[in-house]
Ligand binder design. Sequence first.
Ligand code: B12
Length: 802
Amino acid sequence: MKITEFIKNNVVLLDGGMGTLLQAAGLAPGEAPETWNVTKPEEIVKVHTAYFNAGSNVVNANTFGANVLKFAPDKLEEIIKRALENARTAAAASTGAQPKFIALDVGPTGRMLEPLGDLPFEKAVAVFAQTVRLGVKYGADLIFIETMTDLYETKAALLAAKENSELPVFVSNAYTENGRLLTGADPATVAATLEGMLPDAIGVNCSLGPAALRDVIRAYLKNASVPVLFKPNAGLPQTRDGKTVYDVLPADFTNEMAQAVGEGVRLAGGCCGTTPEYIAALRAAIAGAAPAPAAPKTETVITGNARAVTFGGAPLLIGERLNPTGKKRLQQALRENDVDYVLQEADRQAQEGAHALDVNVGLPQIDEKTLLPRLVFELQTVTDLPLVIDTADADALAGAMRLYNGKPLVNSVNGAKKSMDAVFPLVQKYGGAVIALTLDENGIPPTAEGRAAIARRILDEALRRGIPKKDIVFDPLCMAVSAAPEAANTALEALRLIRTGLGCHTVLGLSNVSFGLPNRDALNGIFFALAAAAGMSAAIVNPFSAEIKKAYYAYRALRNLDENFLEYIERAPALTAAPAANAAPAAQKPEAADGSALQKAICTGLKGQAAELTRALLGERPPMDLVENEIVPALDAVGEGYEKQRLYLPQLLNSAEAAGAAFEVIRARAAAEAVPTEKKCRVIIATVQGDVHDIGKNIVKLLLQNYGYEVIDLGKDVPPARIAEAAAETGAPLVGLSALMTTTVPAMGETIRLLREKAPACKVMVGGAVLNAETAAALGADYYGRDAMATVRIAEQFTENR
Ligand code: B12
């Protein structure tokens, strides 16, 4: 029997922790567990056998870290081959009579993908592909992708599994305590994104105990149409007496798990800290539990890299400003490869309240196949709004969908066979919802009924291919009323027929309707309201249009979609403003509200713009003024957003890079202007071990250099021993240490202790946002510096007293 058959009528029992058991059996710290497949197969067989004996249906072979980034190719093959052999030996040796399946276990690569890290998406796909092919070659029954903390890497792994095997695939992510992946995505986003690529089960493993993950698993059950799996830890790992311990005992674990199965979880097991004892108890607790019936979800959802947007309620606003038709400035930017302009335009629309952004690069002389995927990738570094990938070029669409981190809305397919043959297979492969235009080989039918009939045909064809109804969004097409006076009426009627007749969601490109008439904004606004009333679910609009905004917020208020009119009241004063339709950038936003242009560029993560603005400002203001009153406040704002969970790691990283770009301009200028002076004394500086925050340290370095000190910069994440050695070797009399996190303060203490031992004459100054004079004293530092200027004063004072 295949696992996909077995799942249909049974709750599937998975296995429990492996790494923790191997550690107990003597696996040394730093030793790769996968090597034991070859060197100590009997230990691995023992663990697998114990899980099969405890009742597991699925056992994950010991291949979690088996990838070509960690093992040489022939070693990798040996490890995977032996891993699957060991699991088969265990299946044969075990006593249980239950159906048994062996999974190729696929864990993360251990590297961050671009843009957060340096591993390109396609490289990640290739790494996973190699593991998957070996799993297939050596007889795995299924592929179990697990403990993924980044949605993009999860997509890479799932794509590799699909492209290189016919095996069933389970996909499981590890969530942080705030209910999101490390890189920000929430369960609704993950579920929508992964499901489009047709895994056989999705779910959650590792990180926390079952109770702490209750909300996450419920979010899966609410959003997922495929079976949901749950494989939590025996609690959050804690260190006690130098040992890792887990605090959820088998009885509590199984109670919580049994409840989850009752709520609809279809595959249950454990992760770190769980043992065969937990799995046996779990089997007893869920024995005979009937699997929850499959419940396909019907909501239309699209996602960005961290956010899901659901159709229904008031029409969604899809920003149209990234479509070059009729927009000279954007055309120029696209021709000149001015990515920053495009990113700013995206950000401005997001600020104006757009829910998704249409991206189109269709211009003569532009290679869409290259530019569209690139822009889609770049846009996702500045916005987590879902993108609407708008192209008639199937290759460009394929490239962009492949690189997209989320579930996009594709714009568009139509009723012509050629179009459906080109677009639907891409939707099936990469996942996505798709805008279907009600036209075909014969053009656009003049009547609403004709358009509804085409919609019906498109829907039937999509369903025949296995694409669910929720993923087809119809655009009944509206021409200009100036050319066709019935155009608006026809489009409105077609909307009504499709929405009520087919029960599908709809979208309209609104602005067309007013083409050729004066005060287009007025017409567009009223048309928005009429269309919304007729069943329009989303509108492709100019989010800066005052009339559209009026219509949108008023519609929500009147339809009781805006609780207590909160949003309407908040926006009301602005809704009377004169139309700002296509006004130039920058002039539109209230500057004072959220900082200067440079601060905003840093907050948004616009590297090029941050550098450019800094260059301009350097003519007017002293460099340190820019550091202290622009760069630092912007980073503080980002840090606060991160803390309050309004921003996530990708945004933090982009802002840091933009701040870095601004700072680099300042540094280069300072270096060029520096007057050579006699060096005062040597100062060693470093960010302590475990800490990669180096912006503050670099500022300190710059200032010290400007004041004539010879700075030896050891970089970031520097082990205590290296700092102590450098102090001893160079005889530098002063060392500056930086730490930005509570978790790295102990490393600072350790460094100071070692310095006292290895370079007793050396004085130590410390700084960084987590410190204050008290903690500095408690750590045994000689000086504490609140900011970079304070560092200089300390150094000056130190030199005088020497
Ligand atoms: C930018 C940033 C990042 C960037 C760092 C890029 C880089 N190259 O530095 C990236 C995105 C990589 C990052 C990663 C992480 N970050 Co971070 N990050 C920040 C952020 C927003 C700004 C830090 C900064 O550069 N400030 C501006 C500089 C100029 O200020 P400063 O460093 O304090 O330096 C000044 C003074 O302190 C002093 N000074 C500094 N060093 C020294 C040294 C001496 C000797 C002296 C005398 C003075 C001195 O002078 C400087 C100039 O005036 C802060 C929030 C904040 N507002 O601090 C969070 C923050 C520090 N990060 C945080 C966290 C949690 C993380 C991550 C763990 C996130 C994650 N989940 O992965 C990782 C940690 C990675 C690691 N192992 O270090 C937390 C730390 C919480 C805590 N209290 O422990 C913060 C506070 C955010 C938050 N509010 O939650 N982060």
